[in-house]
Design a protein around this ligand. Structure first.
Ligand SMILES: [Zn+2]
Length: 366
């Protein structure tokens, strides 16, 4: 490390105050409650690291926190689950991470002791909290400095920028978990990526292509459809048009698909189930259009299909995604980077379905 950056780290370590995006009450309009405040730099516990945050990405979780729905969260609150930056201090019990390491956050806080955690299913830990969403008071990523347990950070290769790391972490980890860990995709399969223009879909298309699958993506408008093809999808269909599922079936020569990557919910779910091949797999991680869906149960037993759920993912999965990003095989797609002084606009943008890629803010650049 160069002398200049060492002295910069020392300066950062001695800082007592920082700017953070704080809200102290709930509102449907983030502009009413989220304020940039000067607060104390957090103190770390012995198993934690202190991080100088360079880039932080937005997620829908952040909006749920600000709304106070569907679950209650600690107040006052700092949102933000995806950050990338530099470690500037480590606790006495930290063993693998060093001051100066470039890292990205792994936002699943779990016990690491229970049966689920020790059998590789940390996402099923009954103590699991999503950092920045369920944690606090004042413990999240939209701040100039933050802290995490050593086990919740992943080292970044020099070739992966802070912006790219923050943009890919949550969606990359979740999409990897859905397709690789849960659905077990194999080369040559036909994979239907629903909502290919969303953050999740952008990661899903690229992971399915990494496995040499034939990818049919869906999107809600022409612009996003074109972008799905540029990302590597072999075919694209508009899921807002009547009969979209018949178009998918035609593309497969009426054979159906092996795997469906689903997060849209009730407006498409019944049709999706009818598109699966015998023994095919649908993996779902959300339901933005509604969760009270119905299906024709005959598909379930006559065709022996698998309906799987998935939420978040593993730290190991995140490490694999970062490794593929460093090789240029998975690319982060960034829609907007906002200065921190205007970070509240990122929350407003998240409600905009025209986004293509992640929204970021840069807490060191006001
Ligand atoms: Zn556990």
């Amino acid at each position: 490390m160069q002398t200049s950056s060492l002295s910069q780290l020392a300066t950062d370590r001695n800082k007592k105050n920082m700017k953070a995006a704080v809200y102290r009450s709930h509102s449907k309009d983030p502009r009413q409650v989220v304020r940039i405040e000067d607060i104390d730099v957090p103190k770390i516990k012995s198993h934690e690291v202190l991080i100088k945050v360079d880039a932080a990405a937005y997620n829908y979780n952040d909006l749920w926190g600000i709304w106070g729905e569907p679950i209650k969260i600690p107040l006052p609150h700092i949102s933000g689950s995806d950050v990338a930056g530099t470690v500037i201090e480590v606790g006495d019990d930290v063993s693998k991470i060093r001051v100066g390491d470039r890292i990205v956050s792994h936002p699943n806080l779990t016990c690491r002791v229970c049966y689920q955690c020790t059998s590789g299913r940390e996402y099923d830990c009954s103590d699991r909290l999503v950092w920045g969403f369920q944690t606090g008071p004042l413990w999240g990523g939209f701040a100039q400095y933050t802290h995490l347990p050593e086990v919740n950070v992943v080292k970044l290769p020099d070739s992966v920028s802070f912006n790219d790391a923050a943009a890919i972490s949550m969606v990359g980890m979740t999409a990897w978990h859905m397709l690789v860990t849960r659905a077990g995709i194999r080369p040559g399969q036909t994979v239907l990526i629903m909502g290919g223009g969303s953050g999740m879909g952008i990661a899903g298309i690229q992971i399915a292509k990494l496995f040499n699958c034939d990818v049919i993506a869906t999107a809600g408008n022409k612009e996003k459809m074109d972008k799905c093809i540029k990302l590597g999808a072999d075919y694209v269909v508009n899921h807002r048009e009547d009969g979209w599922h018949r178009k998918v079936r035609e593309i497969t020569n009426k054979l159906g698909v092996d795997v469906i990557f689903e997060h849209i919910g009730k407006t498409v779910f019944p049709q999706e189930v009818g598109l699966l091949k015998m023994g095919g797999t649908l993996v779902s991680t959300g339901a933005t259009t509604g969760y009270d869906s119905t299906i024709d149960l005959r598909y379930l037993f006559f065709r022996g299909i698998n309906l799987l759920g998935a939420t978040q993912g593993t730290k190991a999965g995140l490490e694999e995604v970062i490794s593929w990003v460093s090789k240029g095989k998975i690319k982060s797609v960034i829609d907007t980077v906002l200065p921190f002084s205007n970070m509240v606009e990122g929350h407003v943008k998240m409600a905009d379905s025209q986004l293509f890629g992640k929204v970021l803010t840069t807490p060191q650049r006001l």
